[in-house]
Design a protein around this ligand. Structure first.
Ligand code: MD3
Ligand code: FE
Length: 249
């Protein structure tokens, strides 16, 4: 007996092994996601973080969930408390969790449950330089990204900064899932062109849903510490600082 597909295959565009664009996957949920984001912003407003190199990021950011990504003079990391308010990050809205789990499943990553959402706000000219996402505890989990508002040109490279990059336009409601071999690929966003979207105005918002921390309250905690130690040893073997490749300028 046949089953209905969860998502139209024609709207799935593979980018590389482990990475797929799900065109308009979040379109019908966009208004709910945006309303839930407004509630997050009331507790944890947009802010421009400053990199360890002293550069103010052109993209404004905030977080929700158990862990939030921050940049400051000492580096890049996930923390439980918003440094701006001293309070825990707002809870992750159920609409975000549901979207992440559904999109990951449609891209064949079943059982994905995010514990962190980094929200990015692009105003015209804002950009994100080529970087890898390496601050999460276990790179075995995928990242789900949701684009809302005016379109942006996304750059998708390879495992080395010098690898060639493909350009992909990401529009309102598009979802991208990055896992497997694509998880550590370099990527970035070109400076945003001016535009207008009826639901979002003159900006682009990107939600990145992540599993940033170790599994908790389970024997997997022990496995997790073993994994962390293993990775540290590997990085030492390569004589490579953990943060060396991350978000340079
Ligand atoms: C490819 N954000 O927040 S989302 C980021 O559009 C980030 O705001 C971009 O890069 C944005 O770190 C791109 C797409 C994305 C997220 C994670 C990835 C692409 C990725 C991890 C590995 C490879
Ligand atoms: Fe990234």
């Amino acid at each position: 007996m046949s089953t209905l597909p969860l998502f139209d295959d024609a709207l799935v565009q593979p980018l590389s092994e482990g990475a797929a664009v799900l065109r308009r996957f979040a379109a019908e949920r966009a208004d709910t996601l945006l309303a839930d984001l407004q509630a997050v912003l009331a507790q944890a407003p947009w802010r421009h973080m400053v990199t360890p190199g002293g550069h103010r990021m052109s993209v404004a950011m905030t977080n929700c969930g158990d862990l939030g990504w921050v940049a400051d003079s000492t580096g890049y990391r996930y923390v439980r408390t918003d440094p701006m308010t001293g309070r825990p990050w707002p809870a992750m809205p159920l609409s975000f969790v549901q979207l992440a789990t559904d999109a990951a499943a449609a891209a064949d990553f079943g059982g994905f449950v995010p514990d962190a959402c980094l929200a990015n706000r692009y105003e015209p000219k804002a950009k994100l330089s080529l970087h890898q996402d390496k601050d999460e505890y276990d790179h075995g989990h995928p990242i789900v990204s949701v684009s809302l508002g005016i379109p942006a040109v996304f750059l998708f490279g390879g495992r080395k900064r010098s690898d060639p990059t493909a350009r992909v336009v990401l529009a309102h409601g598009d979802v991208v899932v990055w896992g497997g071999p694509a998880r550590l690929h370099y990527h970035g966003v070109l400076p945003l062109a001016p535009g207008w979207h009826p639901a979002v105005g003159n900006m682009r918002v990107n939600l990145t849903l992540r599993k940033a921390g170790p599994a908790t309250n389970s024997p997997a905690d022990d496995r997790g510490e073993g994994l962390r130690r293993h990775r540290r040893a590997k990085a030492d073997d390569r004589g490579e600082g953990l943060r060396r490749h991350r978000r340079a300028s």
